[in-house]
Write a protein that binds this ligand. Structure first.
Ligand SMILES: NC(=O)c1ccc[n+]([C@@H]2O[C@H](COP(=O)([O-])OP(=O)(O)OC[C@H]3O[C@@H](n4cnc5c(N)ncnc54)[C@H](OP(=O)(O)O)[C@@H]3O)[C@@H](O)[C@H]2O)c1
Length: 315
């Protein structure tokens, strides 16, 4: 691929220095020898944002910054003003300054703005997956509420691509990884959901940027997978000794502050683009979610074995 953006070679500026997704994306772009810059500048500080944009002169800003809470989104319930400053004022300030400079701005957003319908025991979906134009129908957490309102405004800008991540998964047991999160809980619910395997999805950012795709995209692997299916695959592939206990959504509601979105997103639009990128020679592939998890856990296992080999006596 030429890596050109109209008349100018692509220059990527990742917002959210030190963040989990930002770190993965930076490594990926560096491995591909892209011209990549990273900043931790506060997005709501308009004059600082302008300075960074005018110094770096990116063709593409990838916004991986924002508050999603530590250890989880319950934090946003108690810190609404900080959440607004980052996720609302900050995201919109950055988008607007990019617009003024004709910079393509990719925003890492969330698909946790929907609630699907399930069977009474919540183990099977009974509604159709949500498409990009469906109205948000989940407001159970302040984080999701704010994100869905911002997405509605971002859609007005012609330079924005909103990528809706859901329950992102990395190939290691990083604390931000959805698998690590559910493994650390004493009990887990068992509900099918769309998930984003970062290994498959982040490489799409290059062709999406180089083609200056705009609008909104569900950014998950196709299909839905339940928590028990995820943990069963983990046990089979990575750690046969791992055990877990389930509880119901009602029982979960007693130990969390904000409600959680459970839903399946429709990936037809994304998969159409993936097919086109493959036709243009990009090395991208987004398997269905069960296959994607198996691949992810195999890479995780290999990584663990390599690290064990490197630290074993005589290695
Ligand atoms: N991880 C998930 O489960 C998940 C799911 C769906 C969508 N997403 C979205 O994906 C994006 C990245 O998530 P992540 O998991 O990588 O989060 P993360 O690890 O918490 O990283 C976010 C980064 O943004 C920075 N940041 C926060 N407020 C900022 C502000 N006002 N201006 C500039 N930088 C700011 C943080 O720095 P400080 O810590 O110094 O503030 C941190 O370095 C977020 O927009 C998130 O909503 C994440």
């Amino acid at each position: 691929m030429d890596g050109f953006n109209g008349h100018r070679p692509c220059r990527y500026l990742i917002w959210g220095k030190g963040g989990w997704v930002a770190g993965h994306l930076e490594s990926l772009l560096r491995r591909q020898s892209k011209d990549v810059h990273v900043t931790g500048t506060r997005m709501e500080d308009q004059s600082e944002v302008c300075k960074v944009l005018d110094n770096v002169k990116p063709t593409h800003v990838i916004n991986c910054a924002g508050k999603n809470g530590r250890p989880n989104v319950d934090w946003c319930e108690d810190n609404k003003i900080e959440t607004i400053q980052a996720n609302v004022l900050g995201t919109l300030t950055l988008a607007n300054e990019c617009f003024k400079r004709d910079i393509h701005n990719i925003v890492m957003a969330t698909g946790c703005i929907y609630a699907s319908d399930y069977t009474l025991d919540k183990t099977r979906l009974t509604s159709q997956p949500f498409i990009e134009t469906d109205r948000a129908n989940f407001e159970g957490s302040f984080y999701s509420y704010a994100k869905s309102r911002v997405e509605d405004i971002l859609k007005v800008y012609p330079n924005i691509l909103v990528l809706r991540l859901r329950m992102p998964v990395s190939d290691d047991l990083h604390p931000r990884n959805f698998v690590t999160k559910i493994m650390r809980y004493a009990h887990v619910v068992n509900v099918p959901n769309s998930n984003s395997i970062l290994h498959d999805l982040l490489p799409l950012i290059v062709p999406l940027a180089e083609s200056r795709v705009t609008g909104v995209l569900n950014f998950t692997n196709p299909g839905a997978i339940s928590h028990n299916e995820v943990l069963t695959l983990y046990k089979e592939i990575v750690d046969p000794s791992y055990m877990w206990k389930n509880f119901t959504l009602d029982e979960q509601a007693r130990v969390i502050k904000a409600d959680r979105s459970n839903c399946e997103l429709d990936c037809s639009k994304l998969m159409g683009l993936v097919k086109g990128f493959q036709g243009q020679g990009y090395d991208v592939n987004v398997p269905r979610i069960h296959e994607a998890y198996s691949n992810c856990f195999m890479r995780m296992k290999e990584g663990m074995q390599m690290r064990e080999g490197a630290t074993s006596p005589g290695a």
